[in-house]
Design a protein around this ligand. Structure first.
Ligand SMILES: NC(=O)c1ccc[n+]([C@@H]2O[C@H](COP(=O)([O-])OP(=O)(O)OC[C@H]3O[C@@H](n4cnc5c(N)ncnc54)[C@H](O)[C@@H]3O)[C@@H](O)[C@H]2O)c1
Length: 345
């Protein structure tokens, strides 16, 4: 269906879920309008939110997703709601559009996630997960450099901060599963991107902030199919000055070199010749601001990639089918932490 769209000048999209994060989606789509993507409909169960966002971005407002699909017949749908609604929305959209995007985490359970992938496969719709960490500029650069360090043997991806994420996303404070489902999905996606599929995970979770229901810190160790091992850790209750949020720090050791992403977007490249440093800080979009720019720029990079998929020029990164393995790894990490043992995802 997407390949048939090859050669089209403009693709018309619809956004479902006009909440906290969706403004980044909409700003980035607006930047991409000259390249051929336009959001023409915005839907939210909350009429005020739908109306406000539709007005700001020159789209039509709806409160019923099915009604919106009938009225505007979009080429693609961008789902920016929280996981409980993902399955029903993907199943609604898959038969009616050529491409479906769903925010991370894909779903709370593998059963729901598999049903979503199956719905898109059955209708022929392309299915992407809005997994934007791999589209952050520092990680795009590290992926370019990966062949230069030889086979990756060890990785570390770390996201530790004390930023009040609960102010903008109050539902995070009451979520029974927090750090792994919210940030672990991103870090495990990176671990799989750089080291290949994970074959085993060992994980410890912690509740550090007494105001928060779920685990707000975790430390995981994964073994990967190629023989590499990786540490991933995140904390939402860490005091660091200056506050590093929302930077992810990383180390990737290969047989012939090491890539080290330090604070302030300093990428160190260690190899037989010595050590050199690159500045991999992303630009601040015209509508963006620090410290969010790394996220905002990654949303636009991801959406530009979606446009490539719509044109038939690129394969989904990551696809829903690929993302099943990341969700399985997250759920295995919870099993490991609860049962105190190494688990195969
Ligand atoms: N990739 C990232 O960097 C990143 C960052 C923040 C949030 N997120 C993800 O984005 C998603 C949304 O997060 P948020 O903080 O914006 O949530 P939010 O609660 O602020 O917004 C969600 C919106 O969806 C609407 N909604 C829910 N069900 C709906 C339905 N069936 N039809 C129409 N509208 C519906 C709600 O009314 C709400 O306005 C989450 O899955 C979250 O994990 C991703």
């Amino acid at each position: 269906m997407v390949a048939e769209a090859n050669g089209r000048a403009e693709f018309r999209g619809a956004l479902i879920g006009a909440g906290f994060f969706a403004c980044n989606h909409m700003q980035a789509w607006r930047d991409l309008a000259p390249e051929g993507a336009r959001i023409v409909g915005v839907c939210d169960l909350d009429a005020g939110r739908a109306q406000a966002m539709a007005e700001e971005f020159g789209a039509q407002a709806f409160t019923d997703p099915a009604e919106m699909l009938d009225a505007i017949r979009p080429d693609f749908v961008d789902i920016a709601t929280t996981p409980p609604s993902h399955r029903a929305l993907v199943e609604l959209c898959a038969p009616r559009v050529g491409l479906v995007i769903c925010q991370k985490p894909i779903a709370d359970t593998l059963e729901d996630a598999r049903a979503m992938v199956a719905a898109c496969e059955a209708s022929g719709a392309a299915f992407l997960i809005h997994e934007n960490f791999r589209w952050q500029r520092p990680f795009m650069r590290m992926l370019d450099l990966l062949p230069s360090i030889g086979t990756p043997r060890f990785g570390r991806f770390s996201f530790r901060h004390g930023w009040d994420v609960y102010a903008g996303q109050p539902y995070l404070a009451t979520a029974p599963r927090l750090a792994i489902m919210d940030i672990g999905v991103h870090l495990f996606d990176l671990a799989r991107l750089f080291l290949g599929d994970a074959v085993a995970v060992t994980c410890e979770t912690q509740k550090r902030n007494p105001r928060v229901a779920g685990e707000d810190a975790f430390t995981a160790l994964t073994r990967h199919a190629g023989g590499g091992v990786c540490m991933t850790d995140a904390s939402f209750h860490t005091t660091l000055r200056p506050e590093p949020f929302p930077q992810t720090l990383a180390v990737l050791e290969g047989d012939e070199g090491t890539l080290e992403l330090r604070e302030d977007y300093r990428l160190l490249i260690h190899d037989a010749q010595g050590r050199r440093e690159e500045d991999v800080e992303p630009e601040v979009p015209a509508w963006g601001e620090k410290p969010w720019h790394v996220v905002q720029d990654s949303v636009r990079n991801f959406e530009r990639h979606v446009l490539g998929v719509l044109r038939g020029e690129a394969a989904p990164q990551p696809s829903g089918a690929d993302n099943l393995k990341t969700l399985a790894l997250c759920l295995a990490a919870y099993d490991s932490a609860e049962q105190g043992r190494r688990v195969q995802p």
